[in-house]
Write a protein that binds this ligand. Structure first.
Ligand code: AG3
Length: 277
């Protein structure tokens, strides 16, 4: 069969894009919140796209999902109740329930179409959604957090970029509400984009999280299909320090381990200066 000449391109900003050759378009819809596309690609397997942005691919999803979950989950000594805001594909939930201490994991996703598409096209990412400990709620995550004070040990914010439905998830008001929804020794982490192209966002989030939580920490991972590949996460914690983690409590990871936990906290000089300024 001749090679397809169709390419998916994410325009990451006016001057930068990432391109993946597409073998087939599997799904396209306009949901009440965003556009949703699923493609079969040559390089990375299936690709989930929301509003033109890469959300995840079969071949590199493990990096993002393990790092947004296991770094904060290990920072808490005994996480039992966990909330994931966004992340309707289920990748973060799948990692959260690898922790033996977890009794209940709530997914608060605003767009039910993401959950449905993931179950159909990304069964290995969505696998955890049917676990008896998991409660999938198709709700506005901002409201859900506001309505559940003093409830969770860990809250993970798996949002899209700070445009469209996710804007409110990058505000000081939201982090304050997350603080209230956490128990007295709770930990939160949010995906916070690339230090190469989103410096201002990272600085703003860091300022707001630092102004809300006694302990804050930016950490990094390498996600090949996200803009520039260098990706950041911001953690806020009431009591526990990510530096104090000693052992890895989960099995079957492909990126995360105890060494990577600590390595991810070490920031290259330009990123360090970014968050310290
Ligand atoms: N969450 C979106 C990460 C942001 C990607 N940004 C981009 N491609 N411009 C991913 C959801 C996976 N569970």
């Amino acid at each position: 069969m001749p090679q397809s000449n169709l390419w998916f391109t994410e325009l990451q900003n006016e001057n930068l894009s990432i391109g993946l050759r597409i073998e087939k378009t599997l799904h396209s819809e306009v949901t009440p919140y965003q556009t949703l596309d699923v493609y079969e690609t040559k390089q990375y397997g299936r690709l989930l796209v929301l509003d033109g942005c890469v959300m995840t691919t079969d071949k590199d999803e493990f990096v993002y999902h393990e790092m947004l979950s296991h770094v904060p989950m290990h920072t808490h000594p005994n996480p039992k109740n966990v909330l994931v805001v966004g992340g309707g594909d289920g990748g973060i939930i799948r990692e959260v329930i690898k922790h033996p201490s977890v009794e209940r994991a709530v997914l608060a996703e605003i767009d039910g179409a993401v959950v449905e598409a993931s179950k159909k096209y990304f069964p290995q990412i969505a696998a955890g959604l049917s676990d008896p400990r998991v409660d999938v709620q198709i709700v506005d995550g901002i409201k859900y957090v506001e309505d559940h004070p003093d409830t969770f040990d860990v809250i993970l914010i798996d949002s899209t970029d700070p445009i469209g439905p996710a804007v409110g998830l990058f505000s000081k008001k939201f982090y304050e509400s997350v603080f209230r929804a956490l128990k007295s020794d709770g930990v939160m982490a949010a995906q916070t984009e690339s230090p190469f192209v989103n410096q201002e966002l990272i600085q703003n989030v860091m300022r707001d999280v630092r102004g809300t939580f006694p302990i804050s920490q930016l950490y990094l991972a390498h996600v090949p299909t996200y803009p520039t590949g260098m990706w950041s996460f911001t953690m806020g914690s009431k009591v526990h320090r990510p530096q104090d983690v000693q052992t890895c409590r989960v099995q079957n990871t492909r990126y995360y381990n105890a060494q990577v936990h600590h390595a991810s906290l070490a920031l290259p000089q330009f990123v360090k200066e970014l968050v310290e300024s």
